[in-house]
Design a protein around this ligand. Structure first.
Ligand code: GLU
Length: 301
């Protein structure tokens, strides 16, 4: 029997924890890491660690060192050498270039400030303007209407630019409704088969002239290259999955399952942030707590 055409489906589920070393790890990270590991072990899966350090200014080697120490201290384990995204820029740039060649990525030159001013001027005039789930306004510039030569000219010029996805064109190329399988829950309790709504994101940034990567692009590509089959992460990123599904479709990548888990909130019911020192794992440890204390605090004993 000829076997070369048989496609082997991965039998081992592959999980990943993908933190950004841009500050101290806190209880929220501990929950996500240990929750991932528990799911991986319960499913006889493999646990990967991916260091999402495309922000090369805030993600320093020192922060990475502290992060790895904190993760080891709480008992997080990973089964392969961690992947570091700052070593993958060439690969991201190639993908952006492919999307550009297909006419669904374009260079946009408005700065964050120019965007804010343009949107302010429109809304002051009574016009409503959509914001994305992170609260950023959709891109108000009109460079998506430049032709191929004009786009190349922008990229050859001296101005800074960000490559953006031409969302409407991309969505118009879809032949089927995008969905994903959610085994956790979204902010409104969404579970099961979820219909992706990439439109809520507008023309997301795929990369910039100086750093050819963005969270959406790099995480989708790396999940595919690392063979991740089960993405377990915080509920705050639930809506990002809509644009991730679109990118997977455009790039013909496999679709993992998703589990968006509970968030650990502070006393005021707000999401923990890296600037809130009181729940930093390092500070809890310095105050004499043990890893078991942390597991108890996050309810994952
Ligand atoms: N680096 C992202 C974060 O720390 C990970 C998001 C994800 O798991 O997809 O929030």
């Amino acid at each position: 029997m000829a076997t070369e055409n048989l496609i082997t489906k991965p039998t081992t589920p592959i999980f990943r924890f993908a933190p950004s070393p841009n500050g101290l790890m806190h209880l929220g990270h501990a929950y996500s890491a240990i929750f991932n590991l528990k799911m991986a072990r319960e499913n006889d899966g493999k646990m990967l660690l991916r260091i999402e350090d495309i922000d090369t200014v805030r993600c320093t080697p020192e922060n990475e060192k502290l992060m790895l120490e904190d993760l080891e201290w709480i008992g997080f384990e990973w089964d392969e050498k961690p992947m570091r995204q700052s070593g993958q820029f060439e690969r991201y740039a190639e993908t952006i270039s492919d999307l550009f060649d297909e006419g669904i990525a374009y260079p946009s030159t408005m700065s964050r400030r120019e965007i804010a001013e343009a949107v302010e001027a429109m809304t002051a005039g009574g016009k409503s303007w959509q914001t994305d789930p992170d609260g950023a306004p959709h891109y108000p510039g009109n460079e998506r209407s430049l032709n191929a030569d004009e786009r190349v000219e922008v990229m050859a010029g001296n101005r800074q630019y960000a490559m953006r996805l031409d969302l409407q064109t991309a969505v118009s190329m879809l032949t089927n409704q995008l969905t994903w399988n959610e085994t956790g829950a979204g902010p409104e309790g969404q579970s099961g088969t979820i219909f992706a709504e990439p439109d809520i994101w507008g023309d997301v940034i795929l990369g910039r002239k100086d750093i050819p990567a963005s969270y959406h692009l790099s995480s989708v590509l790396d999940d595919a290259i690392q063979g991740v089959t089960y993405i377990v992460r915080g509920r705050d990123i639930f809506h990002a999955t809509s644009v991730h599904r679109l990118l997977q479709e455009l790039l013909q990548l496999p679709v993992p399952d998703y589990h968006h888990h509970d968030l650990i909130l502070d006393e005021d019911g707000r999401k923990l942030s890296k600037s809130r020192q009181s729940t930093a794992l390092r500070h809890l440890r310095e105050a004499g707590m043990t890893a078991s204390d942390v597991h108890r605090m996050i309810g994952l004993e």
